[in-house]
Design a protein around this ligand. Structure first.
Ligand code: FES
Length: 172
């Protein structure tokens, strides 16, 4: 009977004692820390600018006298070709393929032995002529044409306004 009592006392001495107050303090501090970290995360997220920078729908090219006839200017930000034809007139085409939206490329000398295939899509091989008309699919239609106007001797291209073939040419 006495031996049991002694063993019991020995085992209790080996266990580190944590008082109730210390345990509750530790738990309280831990919970407070978690709440503060969560609050800090939300605050930082709130302070971070949540702005999506939009590409301007209009852009200027020019002065027009500096653009040679029979030349093309590629605007990478708006993905647009601005063309001055042999007669000196201007038009602007979207460089975005009407199949699945890849960016097309301008190849002045033609593609695959076809001198009329000036614009090509690297994704699935659609071909367009220099006016953006479809030569070969899988695209089902030609490239979009943008509205152009003249302002202070500069071309203003409006990518939000798609025009017909008849409206696309700006004569100077
Ligand atoms: S995205 Fe241009 S051919 Fe498919």
């Amino acid at each position: 009977m006495n031996d049991d009592k002694i063993n019991e006392n020995n085992s209790e001495e080996n266990v580190p004692k944590i008082c109730r107050r210390k345990f509750l303090n530790t738990m309280g501090n831990t919970a407070t820390g978690i709440v503060l970290l969560g609050g800090l995360g939300v605050t930082l997220d709130f302070l971070k600018p949540n702005v999506i920078l939009e590409i301007p729908k209009e852009f200027k090219v020019g002065p027009i006298d500096s653009i040679q006839p029979n030349s093309v200017i590629y605007e990478p930000e708006q993905k647009a070709f601005v063309v001055r034809d042999e007669q000196g007139s201007f038009y602007a085409l979207s460089a975005v393929c009407t199949h699945l939206g890849c960016t097309t490329k301008w190849n002045a000398s033609g593609i695959g032995g076809n001198p009329k295939a000036i614009i090509s899509c690297p994704c699935h091989g659609s071909l367009f002529n220099k006016k953006g008309e479809l030569i070969q699919g899988p695209a089902q239609r030609g490239l979009d044409k943008f509205r152009l106007r003249l302002e202070d001797n500069q071309l203003v291209v409006n990518t939000s306004e798609i025009v017909s073939d008849e409206e696309m040419i700006l004569k100077t």
